[in-house]
Design a protein around this ligand. Structure first.
Ligand SMILES: Cc1cc2nc3c(=O)[nH]c(=O)nc-3n(C[C@H](O)[C@H](O)[C@H](O)COP(=O)(O)OP(=O)(O)OC[C@H]3O[C@@H](n4cnc5c(N)ncnc54)[C@H](O)[C@@H]3O)c2cc1C
Length: 401
């Protein structure tokens, strides 16, 4: 009788937890190794777009996600100084009809809790920092800082943008600083307030943009404030900044933003890094997933969504193929083209959002306006191709997206 497949997952963030859950759903044994001593309340808001919501639903967690989320009315593009609406893409009523799932706003900690809830008991080892991977005699072996080792038939590096597994497979190559930094803050509120509309609001200005939206059922507002900078800023969930630093970055921006900024308490700053798409993710029995494979700028709000899609497709292929190396090749073939396109388009969006010249801004805004007259979903951030994809469909359909 054939032995059950054992999968080792390095990293228990969004992608690692989603993979462990998707494997458990298929009866595949998975062990997850996370360097943090506990699964904690890390992060800020995340936009869960319909393509990711379809996967969460297939994992049986749609109700839990809905209960923790806020349903935005629309994505609204606004002028940084006047708040003039440049485009309005309806979401709440349209997404289920157009893409087969909702567009939710959720706090990362809530999303992570929901995904970690899918792990079978004792499947996670915390405080386990992976230091290296090797392959021998038909198995893969992970080594940890404390000297422990773990063997598996397949090891997946879901260990984020500074992935140790990636380094071991493909060599040292630091991610690229994109010249953008962002401030992140979550402002508690009693419920929707008049200076924050119930949308995903994109405020576009010279050399930067600000996104605001509600999370936690409308009891908090998430701020992502991006600015181009010549100074290198570290990539981390927890580099402290301040209200004063945030406010100084956006002098002259609209008063609604100033009011919101004045209510911030804990403000964090974050360097934005990405990579060029990779030519391969796997070597033998070891592969990559999520930011370890394709870190991207957050300008299409897809980093976590791509990690969740990867997780579902990888679990599906590992369940379908008897030979895990064939499964990894099929996973890559399905996932690399899509994630590469999202990586590159996310980069491109930064250029459109941050135009500094008033003439270029006017040209962009007129084009937004004209396209919305024809079809609001063809305007603004133009993401139909991202949202319509269904990672839970049979493989040929995925490729047709
Ligand atoms: C400003 C900003 C806004 C964003 N907004 C959105 C959004 O709206 N929508 C969206 O979909 N995405 C968004 N993202 C992207 C998203 O947060 C990431 O892409 C996503 O968290 C990646 O998931 P992951 O599982 O690959 O990595 P992570 O969630 O980073 O998890 C990696 C895990 O690996 C662990 N780890 C690392 N090294 C080791 C090691 N050596 N051994 C063991 N464990 C290890 C880490 O502790 C961590 O828990 C945003 C990102 C930023 C910066």
């Amino acid at each position: 009788m054939q032995r059950r497949l054992r999968v080792g997952i390095i990293g228990g963030g969004i992608g690692g937890a989603a993979l462990a859950g998707a494997l458990a759903q298929r009866g595949i044994e998975a062990r997850l190794y996370e360097r943090a001593p506990a699964f904690g309340q890390v992060g800020a808001g995340i936009q869960m777009t319909p393509n990711a919501v379809k996967v969460i639903r297939a994992l049986g967690q749609w109700e839990a996600l809905r209960d923790a989320s806020f349903l935005p009315a629309a994505i609204v593009g606004r002028n940084w100084r006047t708040a003039r609406v440049m485009f309005r893409t309806p979401l709440r009523d349209e997404c289920p009809k157009l893409y087969g799932a909702e567009f939710f706003h959720v706090h990362r900690a809530d999303l992570h809790r929901i995904l970690v809830g899918l792990l079978p008991e004792n499947a996670a080892t915390l405080g386990a920092r992976c230091t290296g991977i090797r392959q021998e005699r038909g198995v893969a072996v992970a080594s940890f800082e404390d000297g422990r080792e773990a063997e598996a038939d397949v090891i997946v590096g879901a260990d984020g943008i500074h992935s140790t597994v990636r380094r071991d497979l493909f060599g040292e190559a630091p991610p690229r600083f994109t010249g953008n930094m962002c401030w992140r803050a979550v402002v508690p509120v009693d419920g929707p307030v008049d200076f924050v509309s119930p949308d995903s609001s994109f405020w576009m200005g010279p050399n930067g943009h600000v996104v605001t939206y509600y999370v936690r059922g409308g009891r908090a507002v998430n701020i992502v404030a991006v600015l181009e900078t010549k100074d290198w800023v570290q990539e981390s969930w927890n580099v402290p900044s301040s209200r004063a630093e945030l406010t100084a970055g956006y002098a002259g921006w609209h008063e609604n933003l100033q009011t919101l900024f004045s209510r911030t308490d804990a403000v964090f700053k974050w360097g934005l890094f990405d990579r060029d798409p990779m030519a391969a993710w796997s070597v033998g029995r070891v592969t990559l997933l999520g930011d370890a494979a394709h870190p991207m700028l957050p300008f299409l709000s897809q980093g976590a969504a791509m990690a969740i899609e990867d997780a579902y497709v990888l679990a599906d292929r590992l369940a379908a193929e008897a030979d895990p190396t064939v499964a990894l090749r099929a996973y890559e073939a399905l996932r690399r083209p899509r994630t590469a396109r999202v990586q590159l388009e996310s980069r491109e969006r930064g250029r459109t959002y941050h135009l500094a010249s008033p003439i270029a801004q006017l040209r962009r805004d007129v084009s937004y306006w004209f396209r919305s007259l024809i079809n609001p979903h063809r305007s603004g951030i133009q993401t139909n191709w991202v949202y319509s994809y269904d990672a839970t469909a049979a493989p040929p359909l995925r490729e047709a997206a």
